[in-house]
Write a protein that binds this ligand. Structure first.
Ligand code: NDP
Length: 421
């Protein structure tokens, strides 16, 4: 096949600061991961400490880390390919076709958990993940670079209709960052879908468990704060994999190409920064009162309820608007034939799912006390990410739905937090 040229979207508006942003982010974010991990393990855990507690370069590499990462990706790929669970179709693509996806992420998580239990019982020192965390992060970052380069090169042989609309400007750095091909596959193996919820997400909770085991090594039993952080984040990951099918209608799968942004985010950013709280607790133990713990559990529960209910409502509505759970909801028509919900959760604010997610993010940090800002990194970063994501989605929806979107915004004036934003 002849390599394709950059025809898909020369005129598409550039995001993330355009070519400059796409040049700086792939340098800045990997360094941020290594910086945060180094600070988190230091006694002061201060992001403002000068000089910063950087880890010597020699300690950033360990061949064991490379073995662990390769074995991990191999295991998760094998579990992805297992013929268990149902197969679901994605949304209709530009050429009118629909791709098939295995819905077996929850099986992958369960089998991984069973294997881990066996390995730990056989004496595998899972707590060693604490010592290995920086070399692991270095390998994951390296892997996300290699994968993005492969994705960029192979995209030139993809048919035009398989290219994303946002990642084909002709600027190599920008396109490398945004991703040229929408759904790159090797045979039936969908690379973006696999990375989105498997190695990074499951890896994140395994790292958390490693931190818990390290705490047990150091202090004989896990602290209440560590148990809460592990449980909350395990609930979040389990929920994502239990509802794996829902990812098929998200922006990442439907709209964004697969490039450095998603590869790095999935393989390095999520597993190594989302669980900073657990790592922080290993070096900086916190005591938590029963009342404080109850309040935090309640906050996480409320966040989870809003997050799950609103996501499920929209997914159900998009998959089958006549379903009995959504048919009573008020909607408005759009010129595309699709309708928009204006009552129920999506009549409360325009992104109720983000609100729930943010409440949970706060609950994950609170067990770490208020002495340090570092364990609040996730909730701060996530607020910025969701505000930016909301703006991107809003722009896309306005382009898609025109006047109907404006009507929706008038009916539901707040974006994420009622009466505030
Ligand atoms: P959403 O699930 O919020 O989907 C946005 C899309 O929903 C819109 O593009 C539109 O698509 C549709 N939509 C918007 N308003 C309405 C309405 N009133 N009625 C019907 N459909 C509507 O997208 P995300 O992918 O951003 O988020 C999914 C979940 O993932 C969220 O809970 C989010 O918090 C979470 N998330 C978590 C991240 C993390 O790192 N932890 C990162 C990113 C997201 P259309 O009309 O075309 O169907």
């Amino acid at each position: 096949m002849k390599p394709n040229k950059h025809k898909a979207s020369h005129t598409a508006e550039r995001e993330f600061g355009g070519a400059l942003g796409a040049t700086c982010i792939p340098v800045f974010l990997p360094l941020t991961v290594l910086y945060l991990l180094s600070v988190c393990r230091s006694p002061a855990a201060s992001v403002l400490q000068w000089p910063p507690p950087l880890t010597p370069a020699a300690q950033l590499w360990d061949p064991l880390a490379a073995v662990v990462i390769v074995s991990w990706i191999t295991l998760q790929s094998f579990l992805y390919l297992l013929p268990i669970g149902k197969v679901s179709e994605g949304l209709v693509l530009r050429d009118g076709s629909r791709l098939k996806y295995p819905i077996n992420g929850f099986h992958a998580l369960s089998i991984t958990a069973a294997l881990l239990i066996v390995c730990v019982c056989l004496g595998m020192p899972l707590g060693y993940l604490f010592e290995l965390i920086l070399p692991l992060a270095v390998c994951a970052i390296g892997l996300s670079y290699l994968l993005s380069m492969y994705l960029y090169i192979r995209s030139f042989w993809a048919p035009q209709h398989a290219l994303s609309l946002g990642g084909n400007t002709g600027n190599p750095l920008y396109d490398f960052y945004m991703g040229r091909e929408l759904n790159p596959r090797i045979g039936d193996f969908d690379l973006k879908y696999f990375c989105e919820l498997r190695p990074g997400l499951i890896g994140w909770v395994v790292i958390n468990l490693g931190m818990l085991m390290k705490e047990v090594e150091l202090r004989d039993s896990p602290s209440l704060a560590m148990l809460l952080v592990n449980s909350f984040q395990l609930l979040y990951v389990t929920d994502a994999l239990w509802n794996e099918e829902a990812v098929l209608t998200t922006m990442d799968i439907v709209h964004d190409g697969f490039g450095f942004m998603l590869a790095f985010g999935d393989l390095a950013w999520v597993p190594f920064t989302y669980g900073l709280q657990a790592m922080f607790l290993v070096v900086h133990p916190q005591s938590l009162s029963t009342l404080g713990a109850a309040g935090i559990i309640l906050l996480n529960g409320i966040g989870y309820f809003i997050f799950r209910k609103s996501n499920s409502q929209k997914n159900q509505f998009r998959r089958d608007p006549t379903h009995k759970s959504v048919q009573h909801l008020e909607t408005i028509a759009t010129a595309t034939g699709k309708r928009l919900l204006v009552s129920g959760w999506w009549g409360f604010v325009r992104h109720p799912n983000y609100l729930g997610d943010l409440l949970m993010a706060l609950a994950w940090s609170l067990p770490c006390g208020t002495s340090h800002i570092l364990p609040y990194f996730y909730v701060i970063y996530f607020t910025v990410l969701l505000i930016h994501r909301e703006a991107r989605d809003e722009k896309q929806c306005r382009a898609k739905y025109g006047l109907a979107w404006d009507t929706y915004c008038r009916r539901v004036p707040y974006r994420i937090i009622p009466f505030v934003y």
